[in-house]
Design a binder for this molecule. Structure first.
Ligand SMILES: [Fe+2]
Length: 259
């Protein structure tokens, strides 16, 4: 793994594992060059360990999301759906597996702080009082506190902290505006509204995709980052199909190991 981050001078080929300059014929595999087969095998083993770690993280993140679904008596896979749909937008901006992973985890666990909200508020049927809203609005900070100390989940924890912020600064908990809101949280905000509007609620049936789309377009530059809305428009057909299927099954598979 020593070669990561090392740069080669012009016309110099370095080993993809140990970083040594390759003098003779390189051992090439999957577009990467190694000084010998031993380095190739070590790199392969390193990547397998990384993949195992990433899968363990994913399983734990999904278990936490399920714990919240159980607590909220929610069976609709909301967390998984918004994570998958946010990933569709995020892929328009980056192919970096690590960043995509953080966006997925942050979206999946966006409401995990609600685990710390009392039942009388979290499960209340009617509308919340002002005092109850004060408690409910602590959930992004509670969620951040749960995840912030977990190694390799810092960017996801920031998305959780900022998932109720609005582009124009009228959100909470900190009233952040524009680019001060993490990129993943700005993408997530569009998708959360899409999912909320196209899902059944106790007080109304799900709205049509087009109604949600109109609302999202209308809120560009106020509630939503205009670039996130542009990505939504570019991916509208894909998202329309995913919403129709109530798709929560796309995954991080195929992202490859973190760099
Ligand atoms: Fe939330």
């Amino acid at each position: 793994m020593g070669a990561r981050g090392m740069t080669a001078k012009d016309n110099e080929v370095i080993c993809g594992f140990c970083g040594a300059r390759i003098e003779g014929a390189a051992f090439a595999h999957d577009g990467q060059e190694y000084c010998c087969e031993g380095c190739f095998l070590k790199e392969k083993k390193f990547r397998a360990v990384q993949e195992e770690r990433d899968n363990a993280y994913l399983s734990l993140a999904e278990a936490l999301a399920t714990a919240l679904d159980v607590r909220e008596h929610e069976t609709g896979l909301h967390s998984k759906r918004v994570a998958c749909h946010t990933l569709v937008l995020a892929r328009r901006f980056t192919k970096d597996p690590e960043r995509l992973r953080q966006v997925y985890w942050g979206s999946l666990l966006h409401d995990i702080g609600k685990i710390g909200i009392p039942d009388a508020i979290l499960l209340k049927r009617g509308s919340l009082t002002d005092e109850e809203w004060v408690v409910m609005r602590t959930h992004p900070e509670k969620g951040h506190a749960i995840l912030a100390a977990v190694p390799l989940m810092q960017e996801a924890a920031e998305i959780i902290l900022c998932h109720e912020e609005r582009y124009d600064g009228t959100g909470y908990p900190r009233g952040l505006a524009g680019d001060a809101i993490p990129w993943g949280a700005r993408l997530f905000a569009v998708i959360d509204t899409l999912d909320a509007m196209t899902s059944d609620r106790p007080y109304r049936k799900a709205l049509a995709f087009d109604a949600a789309s109109d609302e999202i377009r209308r809120m560009a530059c106020s509630q939503f980052d205009p670039e996130a809305v542009a990505a939504f428009i570019a991916e509208e057909q894909t998202l329309r199909e995913m919403v129709a299927l109530k798709c929560g099954t796309a995954s991080l598979k195929g992202l490859g190991p973190a760099g």
